[in-house]
Design a protein. Sequence first.
Length: 523
Amino acid sequence: MQLERLVLETKFAADDTGEIEGVAWDFSRPDRVGDVIEPKAFATAVGKTLPALFAHDQSQVVGTFDQITVEADGLHVKGRLLVDTVERAREVRSMIQAKAVSGLSIGFITRKAAPRKGGGRTIQELDLLETSIVAVPAHPNARITSQKDLSMTAPAANITNETENKAAPVPATPAVDTKALDAIQKRLDSLEAKGNRLAADNDNDDHGDVETKALNQWLRNGQVDSELKTLTVGTAASGGYTVAPEYSANVIKKIAELSPIRGLASVMSIGTNKVYIPTLASDAAVAWTTETGTRTTTEPTFGQIDIEVFEQYCVIPVSRQLLEDSMVDLPALLADRMAIKFAQAEASAFVLGDGSGKPTGLLNTPGAFEAVEADQAGSDILAKLIEAYYSLPAEYAARATWAMNRKTAGIIRAAADNASARSSIWSDGIAGGTPATLLGAPVSYWPDLEDVQSGDSPAGDTYPIVLADFQSAYQIVDRVGLDVMRDDLTGADTGLVKFRARRRVGGKPLLSEAAVVIKGAAA
């Protein structure tokens, strides 16, 4: 939160016994950002005893304000610095008397506010939490801070989860030109920087991340108010989707973890709805010749494939009561659910998609790859795995990964155990998170691949296993990472709010020579 600059005026004094009084808020004019607080907003504070903090630092309680009154000119506070028992209070009193510290600032939570014409708000209800003694340099451009960062539990209607520090107007005073006061001023500047934010007294603090705080507010009540600047706002033509960048990145990260092919294939981001990728149709040739022999052209030939992006979406219904419960980590909850839905849909399309309204899957045309035929029941699976491994060109085999579902992996492992060949064919990962290896190549589990053994023989051919250098074999393109829109209407009758998320992605096979498939031929 950046420091604001303002010319200030106030009444503020402290005597030798520690008695202190002043005007904590001036009703005569708006503050720097145009906010006005109505006198009635302080009604609940009258008769209360508030802590007197230094620079809004809750670890520096230097006294109390036990007389709070609302008068025509402003909010008057009177209290006492604990100079007899607290060393820090004596230091603060000395700074006040030397006019190195000359300001009061209130910390409160806005309960009800309305926008003012020309900017700012009229605050009609608030909870006054504390009054702080703050340092204001004797300069026309005195510094104050405005804090809006304390998240509250179970926000009610018209409640903005903000804690604000509003500095009361303070008069400019002559600068004291002494080395001692210069040193004090440096220390005060440092303390003010640390005290810019109030620490939350619960587990709902947003840890200084204004984007996370704004997203939480938007998820819970659909409003962003003055915090709209902390969001990244999509184009109006797209409906004004809003989502914090960190939130979007978190969802995409989870999708990458849950979508197995995304972690293996080549992935690129594009700025259009289609991308053209050049391919090598035939490589350059090399021939032998004599000193004066004929030399013919041996240049390579090129082709290209085009990859179009398609829209992917999911709708997550959440109850209004859950949204109102601030103890729930809503961004994490929705990120998990969206990531699972997106990952399941894209993983299936990247494997089996027909290219109509969705990506073209790797196995949409399995005949494009070299195939090794195996018994559908898996009786010769070990021999066929070895044949497939050595069918793949060495340059791709060095980077190859096996893809199969977990049931197929179990059949292969059992066959290796029965053949007493497990040590040379199958090896479990030694460390946590390390994949198993088959003939030295890592194994990736793809739930959308068919079983190598399915009981009765299916009517058609099956393709349960793929061995490929997926970086060369398949290309994924991302156009739009994540857009989220809150829908308060369609589920209103059932107490639900729907969050509609969308992405635009595409994919298509690249090089057929970079993959080999195990084919279970139909009987």
